[in-house]
Design a protein around this ligand. Structure first.
Ligand code: UTP
Length: 503
């Protein structure tokens, strides 16, 4: 039972008028007993270690912070996740070729058919795009959300703007295809997941940029949850003496967040059937790709992912595998893949056996999202990532607990993988400039080089005062989504790189 609390500066026995009621924080001389007992049950009572040094206001903040945590759930997740570490991994098998649409096996006819099918579904309003933008982007080191980042393209556009303009372009393509068939076309709804670390800045950025030309009402923001950061022995890390250090619960937190914000119902009420889901930090992301959607509809599966071939055995990317013979599709992180398996060669093809790299480009049916939102929530094993965590002792190494978007794949009744070319669709922005890979500089070059190839293929010419391998041109997504539509703009014209080509 809770001990009666002492009241500072008041006669605790005298009845008080509402005006005389002391502020809540003045009541706290001791940690609330019931809360302390609960914390002891979970071995987390150290959160009150500095209680005596806190002001009344800070004590109040600390109690509210702890009360906001679902302690039994967090405890279950900590115990299950720590226990699962170091357990022998279940046997894995390569993904059979039959589950993958490879570049070699695709015909032009098929691609055109998928493109048209995708555009039709988009003009019918059946596709939504879902952006995962709740990450803290610690490696990039920018104080703004990653999507606000300008990677140094000639246009100076942010990642958010590139994505918004690609949505606008696909919308236009879908509307054109629909007009050809004399039907009207719906806008593409954009669901943007943020976290407490990115929410306000993201909303402000969209607003200040006037939604990059989109209608404000076709964008919906929602927030994912957070979870305490822990030490290796499972104790909460304190960010300040009165606040537990927390981090977003991983991009797989999207399933629970969609459910708790009632957005699955919102999607359903809009007639949405398919959801194109992607990470914010890919400068070449083909948002709302009609070809991928057409393929997905054609295959009739519940979940699909775009994949690129692994470049070399030690490349730091997760790969899609089957868990056990004929088991479900899942992703094994590079750190969890035995080096001998990472370099194993398929004797028939001469290629890596585990070669399908995950690049966080997924398509789901709404039915599947509904199903998985319930299933994953019960899953108490989170991935543990050792990262720098803000603490009362400065930045300390600790564990962040995360679910990943691909954790849903084993729940999918049917899945498919779609191979893409990394130089066409994958320009990751993970690390700050000066790092060896996946920087804003490397992403910018990938965009400039791809677009330079588009321009040359459309009959344009390039001049350049730095070597061409170090520069290129930028094509505005408003002109072209994937290299189409450029002949009229480029044929016979000369462009001096670097520059932006727009209307
Ligand atoms: P990353 O795993 O690369 O993490 O996210 P990050 O947070 O952006 O960067 P670091 O690790 O702190 O340097 C891949 C994608 O998943 C999103 C990110 O915003 C990015 O689009 N993400 C990540 C979330 O939406 N929520 C999370 O909790 C974590």
């Amino acid at each position: 039972m809770a001990e009666p609390m002492a009241v500072v500066g008041f006669d605790a026995n005298a009845p008080l008028t509402p005006q005389q009621q002391p502020p809540q924080q003045l009541l706290l001389q001791q940690p609330p007993q019931a809360l302390l007992e609960r914390l002891k049950d979970y071995g987390q009572e150290d959160v009150f270690a500095l209680w005596d040094e806190l002001s009344h206001e800070e004590r109040d903040l600390l109690v509210k912070d702890i009360e906001s945590l679902d302690l039994s759930r967090v405890d279950r997740i900590i115990r299950c996740s720590l226990r699962s570490q170091g357990l022998p991994a279940a046997a894995i098998e390569p993904v059979p070729e039959s589950c993958v649409s490879t570049l070699e096996e695709r015909t032009l006819d098929e691609r055109e058919r998928w493109w048209k099918t995708g555009l039709k579904a988009i003009s019918d309003g059946k596709l939504a795009v879902l952006l995962l933008s709740g990450g803290q982007g610690t490696r990039l080191g920018s104080s703004d959300p990653k999507g606000c980042f300008n990677i140094g393209l000639p246009s100076g556009k942010s990642l958010f703007q590139l994505q918004a303009e690609r949505i606008l372009r696909v919308q236009r393509l879908a509307a054109q295809a629909a007009t050809d068939n004399s039907i009207s076309s719906a806008p593409i709804h954009w669901y943007v997941m943020t976290s407490p670390f990115t929410d306000e800045a993201t909303r402000n950025f969209f607003e200040s940029q006037k939604y990059f030309g989109l209608e404000a009402n076709q964008v919906t923001f929602f927030q994912q949850g957070t979870i305490p950061c822990i030490s290796k022995d499972g104790r909460f890390v304190m960010e300040t003496p009165y606040r537990v250090s927390k981090a977003p619960d991983g991009n797989g937190g999207v399933y629970a967040a969609l459910r708790s914000s009632h957005l699955l119902e919102d999607m359903s009420s809009r007639g949405i059937k398919y959801i194109d889901c992607y990470g914010v930090d890919n400068a070449l992301v083909r948002v709302a790709d009609p070809t991928f959607l057409g393929y997905f509809i054609d295959k009739g599966v519940s979940a699909a992912a775009k994949v690129v071939r692994k470049a070399y055995p030690q490349e730091k990317v997760g790969v899609f595998v089957r868990r056990g013979k004929g088991g479900p599709l899942t992703v094994v992180e590079y750190s969890e893949l035995d080096p001998s398996l990472a370099s194993a060669i398929n004797q028939v093809t001469g290629r890596l056996r585990f070669c399908w790299s995950n690049v966080c480009l997924h398509m789901f049916t709404l039915d599947f999202l509904n199903q998985v939102a319930n299933g994953l929530e019960k899953d108490s094993i989170y991935h543990l990532a050792e990262k720098k965590i803000p603490s009362i002792h400065g930045q300390t190494m600790g564990l962040k607990m995360e679910q990943f978007i691909f954790d849903a794949f084993p729940y999918a009744p049917s899945t498919a993988l779609f191979e893409i070319l990394r130089e066409e669709e994958f320009a990751p922005v993970k690390n700050a400039n000066g790092s060896n890979f996946d920087t804003p500089d490397s992403a910018r070059l990938l965009v400039l080089r791809l677009h330079a190839r588009w321009v040359v293929a459309a009959g344009g010419f390039l001049t350049h005062s730095v070597p061409l391998y170090a520069t290129g041109v930028e094509v505005s997504p408003l002109c072209s989504y994937a290299g189409e539509n450029l002949e009229a703009i480029c044929r016979g014209r000369t462009f001096h790189a670097p520059c932006e080509i727009s209307f």
